[in-house]
Design a protein around this ligand. Structure first.
Ligand code: SF4
Length: 254
């Protein structure tokens, strides 16, 4: 891994580069220890399409929370087959099966932060343990937290986060999708412009912010993959922030 000073300088330099140039740099510098994550929604298509052209065997993590719309799972299958992508499904740690099973329907509403940590943050942390770099599709125009992100971000554990689409806007995504005739998630036309898990996603109006349908009315805008939550490594560290008292399962697990 280059030293922090060099990474910061490269990040500044990349502000003038295209997403494809940044992806190629990451692939050349870190393969085979580089992966990307994707939620396989309409706005994920440009980055997945670029990967399919630059390095189609790049590991692509899809977080199978168990709460997805059926349409998302079908769309994930369709795109993976059509573009010959190397998609790897991630699941929650088996130690939490009993805990989650008891709260399957209530957890996303009672404590979405804990639910996202168990189903999204932790599985991605585990999957990235063997990687040096992580390509994501976040954009500065999506949320206040993402507006402060850099193109290259060195995490405390040495993982390099690469955000090639950071400077793209919703209009850029739309233009690329139209130019390349990219497929559209089956729920997009029904008003689901940003799609996550079914209990936490609603359809929105045409003039609303893209992410207005995520955790609507619950004061939450991020799952934790792209916030300080991602730096928390174990449940002991996060317990203090959660309302629910969690007893970690001691049965076999990862
Ligand atoms: S988006 Fe909702 S259902 Fe999915 S992991 Fe987060 S809280 Fe749970």
């Amino acid at each position: 891994m280059p030293p922090l000073q060099e990474i910061n300088a490269l990040s500044e330099e990349f502000e003038m580069k295209t997403p494809q140039e940044i992806i190629r740099w990451a692939v050349d510098a870190f393969s085979p220890l580089v992966a990307m994550s994707s939620s396989f929604q309409t706005q994920s298509m440009p980055l997945l399409h670029m990967i399919s052209r630059i390095k189609s065997d790049l590991p692509i993590f899809f977080i199978d929370t168990g709460y997805h719309f059926w349409e998302t799972l079908e769309f994930r299958e369709q795109i993976a087959m059509q573009w010959n992508l190397n998609v790897i499904d991630l699941y929650r740690d088996t130690r939490w099966i009993a805990f989650v099973r008891q709260r399957l329907r209530t957890l996303p509403l009672e404590d979405p932060t804990l639910c996202c940590f168990l189903h999204k943050v932790k599985p991605v942390q585990e999957a990235l343990k063997s990687m040096k770099a992580w390509i994501t599709g976040i954009r500065r125009d999506q949320t206040a937290a993402r507006a402060k992100a850099k193109l290259l971000e060195l995490q405390p554990d040495g993982l390099l986060k690469v955000n090639p689409l950071l400077n793209w806007t919703r209009t850029d995504v739309k233009r690329y999708a139209e130019e390349h005739h990219l497929p559209v998630h089956p729920l997009f036309e029904k008003g689901y412009r940003s799609i996550g898990c079914a209990p936490c996603t609603i359809a929105i109006g045409a003039d609303e912010d893209d992410r207005a349908g995520r955790w609507a009315g619950r004061g939450k805008v991020e799952c934790g993959l792209h916030t300080d939550m991602f730096k928390k490594k174990d449940i002991g560290e996060v317990k203090q922030e959660f309302r629910i008292e969690v007893q970690e399962e001691k049965s076999a697990g990862v």
